[in-house]
Design a protein around this ligand. Structure first.
Ligand code: BTN
Length: 285
């Protein structure tokens, strides 16, 4: 099952090509050391979307920390109504259910908390840097290796539940032509196959750590410095694709509310994640 550890940062998470790296709730429960994340684990061969299933479980009364994992998604969803390529066994398709007692206006920052967790987990498991493209794409060598979709059900002043959906490209040996210039996988970056259960457990451990810091202030005050240290856009020229008025400037990090600070020739502007997307002036990053 496992190969040798190659560096102090790397976890013992290699799989051999013969190993099918199957996921099961038993396997995930067997290695679980988290306090609350993964308190209930549901693992399916196929789902339309792990986010949709997690929302359904939330409505049935399952607690915060419930984890949904699938080997394959028939209708995996990305941000802005896009699809998420979900090839059987190749990736991690997981959703964590949260029931935070916070102001609903603060919930969108959880997606940046999740980005920190995935970035940390990938670096710990592979020994390679995994940067964050604001707000929540995880990138290696300028290409996207993970996407995060956070969805919420709330009243005006009360959150029913939040689902944090995470898709990580793990074993993929290639991507459809239309996305191959901007998509990558852990295998393509490292030449190694990593065990998905160990990666999932590491994401949960890292999420618990950062979530605790987030809850202290209900914003990213305690995480800004660390987030900015992983931000691939930091001090880079970016194009802000605002549907009303696109503009360019230099990204200068995030605010405690998770907005991207962009300095233009005229002024400093704060960009909110829900409204726009950001590209490098010359490409995806
Ligand atoms: C994006 O970058 O557009 C976000 C992609 C999020 C994909 C994950 S895979 C697990 C979870 N279930 C979904 O349907 N989407 C998220």
């Amino acid at each position: 099952m496992q190969g040798k550890v190659r560096g102090a940062m790397e976890k013992d998470v290699f799989t051999t090509p013969e190993d099918k790296d199957l996921l099961s709730a038993e396997k995930l429960k067997g290695i679980r050391i988290t306090k609350w994340a993964g308190t209930e684990i549901f693992c399916y061969p196929v789902l339309d979307s792990t986010n949709t299933k997690a929302k359904q479980l939330a409505e049935e009364g399952y607690p915060a920390g419930t984890l949904v994992v699938a080997e394959k998604q028939d209708a995996g969803r990305g941000r802005r109504g896009r699809n998420w390529e979900s090839v059987e066994g190749a990736g991690i398709f997981m959703t964590l259910l949260l029931k935070p007692e916070i102001n609903p206006n603060n919930a969108s920052m959880l997606t940046l908390v999740a980005a920190l967790a995935v970035s940390g987990a990938i670096t710990k498991c592979t020994g390679r840097p995994a940067g964050i493209k604001w707000p929540n794409d995880i990138v290696m060598n300028g290409k996207k290796v993970c996407g995060i979709l956070t969805e919420m059900s709330a009243q005006v002043d009360y959150i029913n539940h939040v689902v944090v959906g995470i898709g990580i490209n793990v074993h993929n040996e290639g991507f459809p032509e239309e996305i191959s210039h901007m998509a990558t996988s852990l295998y393509l970056e490292t030449g190694k196959h990593y065990e998905r259960a160990v990666l999932i457990e590491e994401v949960l451990e890292q999420f618990e750590k950062y979530y605790e810091v987030f809850l202290e202030t209900e914003d990213l005050t305690g995480l800004v410095k660390e987030y900015n240290s992983h931000l691939v856009n930091m001090r880079q020229h970016v194009r802000v694709l605002d549907p009303k008025e696109p503009f360019e400037g230099r990204a200068m990090g995030i605010t405690p509310r998770g907005e991207l600070i962009v300095d233009t020739w005229e002024s400093r502007r704060l960009v909110s994640a829900g409204e726009v997307s950001v590209r490098g002036t010359y490409g995806y990053v």
